[in-house]
Each structure stands twice: as structure tokens, then as C-alpha cells.
Design a protein around this ligand. Structure first.
Ligand code: GAL
Length: 480
């Protein structure tokens, strides 16, 4: 089935609406990107510690997150920065191996627990709600010896870790995110996962990873639901990344191509969580290609009936990370050969050269955020949506970050349009990120922060950029 989404106009830059009273503003970070203290006080090694230590060339500046922003020591300062911004909530992630050094729940590191407990208390004391991501890519290195994400045992290991986190912090944490961007872990970071596991994933193991992470998400949801919800009364969901696919033309095949991409990229994860199974088009295409490739069964694993029932409806909200948009058109199928997710997705994407550039990899196309929100509303029964990341990258880290301000203004405006014109149930916006930090393979060369961090100084001095004032005023005045 092809559903046609109308091409919405680019957002104007003056806001004629304001954010409703129950709409919340926040900023996000992730443990490996800011904490440092990579082996402090009993923390165990995670895949990023291992990867950057054994393959320093993996990052373009040969850097790693050993110290990063040193938030392991400077968390009180971080909370003051948040307070200065006036945010309603702070989204951060737990480092699994800081709490469970080997990854297994047999050994708990009390110093690690204390670190997060202090941070949570300090946030609450300053009127800031903690929003916690359980998994933002830094899984225990120990698991790599038995295949990490590809081993179905990952489901139980994650579930046990989640239970411990709910038990330790759930009295104070009321918003939980199980996984951050599972697509990046399973489909995009091929090279990274390959380096860790000494194999390169292909169209088989990319789906195995997807399958395990989805099941792990569902398990954690049910643990929260059955063992903690009544007492703790919080919400739990998953954060998915969505790069908007806009049809390159009104030709039926391009409309279909754009929808195919959305289903493979977002639906692959959202559809099971909402409806219990992979999108029809994904099931059919992978089965068809697998057959042509000579596989006896589809490379896409099947959920049993019981698993479908278990995974269906495992969300209180859908977390949306949105950065980028593309034009998509139909393209001839690639020849049968090495199976791959990319070939399964098919289609061709490119950018509209008239869209304004960011300073790294991406274009400024705020209509993509609005369309993503509207698409999620239509496809997934008008769920509660939290925008859990959106932000602007530059290379200089300039304090006069007018381009970041202009970006935020446009995307906040698109959010307002989604609320007021499209009646999307979106209740939060989160800027990536509080401060410049370790941007994965880009090391410290790409900066998304509202605060500048001086990485040449042992103090890791933080300085507010102009955007702090801007975002602070949006939060206070509730207009863009
Ligand atoms: C997201 C990721 C963040 C951050 C951001 C900017 O995909 O969740 O950790 O790196 O991209 O590139």
C-alpha cells in the first residue's frame, strides 16, 4: 500500500504559536561521550573503550573517550549548566559497565551506582527531571567474546541490567529509554561492530542484531511494567532515529520508494514495538531477496506468535532522534550477490542542493522533522512522541553560534507546526547536546554543544555559547 504524504512547506522563521504548558524542554548527552573516568573506581571495559584503545585510527583525530568532558568528576558543574539553561529535564545514559563491570548482574560496582545516584539527586534538588537511557551504544566488552548483540543471550543480559537500574534509580527516575537508535548499532556502524567482533556484518547478522535488541527492549518493558510500574509510576519507551525520506517526485514509483525507505529505516523497529511484527514490505522484500540468493529461509528472523504478542505495545512513548532529510527515488535492484541490508532497502537517495548546509554531514530541512512527526502519528496510532535529539554540528565550536540558533529556531518552529497544525501528540524537545563532546568516529572534531568545552585544558572548562541564551529564552517564553 502506498500512502501519500503531502509535501509540507518549509517552516517560516517567526513563531506564531507558543508551546503548550505541558510541553517540556531538555538537553541530552550519553555516558561514553561525556563521562571519561573510563577505568575509574571499578568501572569495567565497554566496547568503545576497547575499540578506541585497540584501533586508535577509528576516530579521525585518534582520540577516545577516556577523559572526554570529565563529567565523572564535573557532574555538579553540569547540573549548574542545566539549571542556567532552565531545562525541564536532562536526558543522559547509564554506562552499563560502570554499574556492572563485567556486564553480568552478579557484581555491582557501588562507586558507579553512587555516581548516578548523586547525579540524579542533584538534578532533582535543582528542579530538573532525570530522563535515563539504559543503552547508548557502550555495551560490555566482555560480551564480544560470545558475539555481543548477535547472541540471543544478549536479551537476558540486557533485561537483568535493566531490572537493576529500575531497582536502583526508579524511585527517582520517571522516564526510561531502553535503547538509543538501535538502527545505528545494527545497521549503520557496520565497521565498528565488525572491528569488535572481527567479522563484518551482512544482511544476515544485521537483522539478528535488530531482532535481539527488539526482544531485549520488550523484556525490559515488561520487567518495568510487571515489577516496578505500580510503585514507581514512570514511563518507558525506545528512541529511534529517523532521517526523513521525501519522494523526489510525484511519480508513483518515487512515492513508493520513499515509503519503502521509511519502513526499512524506522518501521523496522517501530512496527514490532507498536504492532508486534516487522513491516509487511520488509518481510516480503527480505524473503524475496533471500530466496533469490539461495537461502532456504528469509534472512529476517521471524517472531513467534508468542513473541509478537509480547513485543506488541511495549511503549509509553516513542522517542524520536531527527537530524537529516533526503530526497528518495526508485532505482533498479542491485544484482544478486553478497546479501546486505542496504540492498534490501534498495532505492536511491540524494539531497536537494537548495537546502542549506550544516557544517558537517547534513542539510537543514525542518520540514523533515514535521513530516516525520506527522508520519509517526499516522502510522502508529497517534502515540505520545518525545523528540529525544535534534541539534546542529559545527567544526569550530564558536561561541557566537548564530547558525546553531537559526537551526534550533527552524526545528522548534517545525515542532510548533506539528503541534498546532497537524495535532501531533509531541510533548518534548531535546537539544543534542548540553556541551561539546566525543562525537564517536569524529572524535572531538565535530561540536554539537550549547556549551563549549576546552579539551586542551585539564579542567575541561565549559563556556556558554550564544545558543544557551537563545534556548533559555525559548524555554522561559515558550515561543521561538
Ligand atoms: C545521534 C547519537 C548521539 C550523537 C548525535 C550527533 O545519532 O545518538 O550520540 O552523537 O547523533 O551525531
Amino acid at each position: 500500500m502506498v500512502i501519500i504524504i503531502k509535501h509540507l512547506p518549509h517552516s517560516p522563521t517567526k513563531s506564531k504559536w507558543s508551546f503548550p504548558d505541558d510541553f517540556k524542554f531538555g538537553v541530552a548527552t550519553a555516558a561514553y561521550q561525556i563521562e571519561g573516568g573510563w577505568n575509574a573506581d571499578g568501572k569495567g571495559v565497554n566496547v568503545w573503550d576497547h575499540l578506541t584503545h585497540t584501533n586508535p585510527n577509528f576516530t579521525i583525530d585518534n582520540s577516545n573517550g577516556d577523559i572526554a568532558c570529565d563529567s565523572y568528576h564535573k557532574w555538579q558543574e553540569d547540573v549548574q549548566m542545566l539549571k542556567n539553561l532552565g531545562v525541564d529535564f536532562y536526558r543522559f545514559s547509564l554506562s552499563w559497565t560502570r554499574i556492572l563491570p563485567q556486564g553480568f548482574s552478579s557484581e555491582i560496582n557501588t562507586a558507579g551506582v553512587q555516581y548516578y545516584s548523586n547525579l540524579i539527586d542533584e538534578l532533582i534538588a535543582n528542579g530538573i527531571e532525570p530522563c535515563v537511557t539504559l543503552f547508548h551504544w557502550d555495551s560490555p566488552q566482555m560480551f564480544s567474546s560470545f558475539g555481543g548483540y548477535y547472541n540471543p543471550i544478549f536479551v537476558d543480559l540486557f533485561a537483568n541490567y535493566a531490572r537493576i537500574a529500575f531497582k536502583l534509580f526508579g524511585d527517582r527516575v520517571k522516564t526510561w529509554i531502553t535503547f538509543n537508535e538501535p538502527k545505528v548499532v545494527c545497521q549503520d556502524y557496520n565497521e565498528f561492530v565488525g572491528l569488535i567482533n572481527e567479522v563484518y556484518p551482512n544482511g544476515v547478522i544485521e537483522y539478528l542484531c535488530t531482532h535481539n535488541l527488539l526482544k531485549a527492549h520488550a523484556e525490559a518493558y515488561h520487567i518495568y511494567n510487571n515489577e516496578f510500574r505500580a510503585k514507581q509510576n514512570g514511563k518507558i519507551g525506545i528512541t529511534l532515529n529517523f532521517e526523513w525520506s521525501e519522494p523526489a517526485s510525484t511519480k508513483p514509483e518515487d512515492l513508493e520508494a520513499a515509503e519503502q525507505r521509511r519502513q526499512f529505516e524506522f518501521g523496522l523497529f517501530a512496527n514490532p514495538v507498536v504492532y508486534g511484527n516487522y513491516p509487511k514490505i520488509v518481510i516480503e522484500r527480505v524473503a524475496h531477496k533471500s530466496k533469490q540468493e539461495g537461502f532456504p529461509d528469509s534472512r529476517l528472523p521471524k517472531f513467534t506468535q508468542a513473541e509478537q504478542l509480547k513485543i506488541k505495545g511495549t511503549y509509553d512513548f516513542i522517542g524520536l532522534n531527527h537530524y537529516n532529510s533526503w530526497l528518495v527515488k526508485a532505482s533498479p535492484e542491485q544484482p544478486i550477490g553478497e546479501p546486505s541490508y542496504v540492498k534490501d532497502v534498495g532505492t536511491e537517495r540524494f539531497v536537494d542542493l537548495s537546502w542549506e548546509d550544516t557544517e558537517w554531514n547534513g542539510k537543514i530541512a525542518p520540514f523533515g522533522l514535521r513530516n516525520s512527526l506527522q508520519w509517526i502519528k499516522t502510522r502508529y496510532k497517534n502515540p505520545l512522541i518525545l523528540i529525544t535529539e535534534n541539534g546542529y554540528p559545527d567544526k569550530t565550536g564558536t561561541l557566537k553560534d548564530d547558525r546553531r540558533i537559526s537551526f534550533l529556531q527552524k526545528y522548534l518552529n517545525a515542532t510548533l507546526q506539528a503541534i498546532h497544525q497537524d495535532q501531533v501528540n509531541v510533548k518534548a524537545y531535546t537539544v543534542w547536546t548540553l556541551m561539546d563532546n566525543f562525537e564517536w568516529a569524529q572524535g572531538f572534531t565535530i561540536k554539537f554543544g550549547l556549551y563549549h568545552v576546552d579539551f586542551t585544558n585539564d579542567e575541561r572548562t565549559r563556556t556558554a555559547k550564544k545558543s544557551v541564551e537563545y534556548y533559555g529564552s525559548v524555554i522561559k517564553d515558550r515561543v521561538v
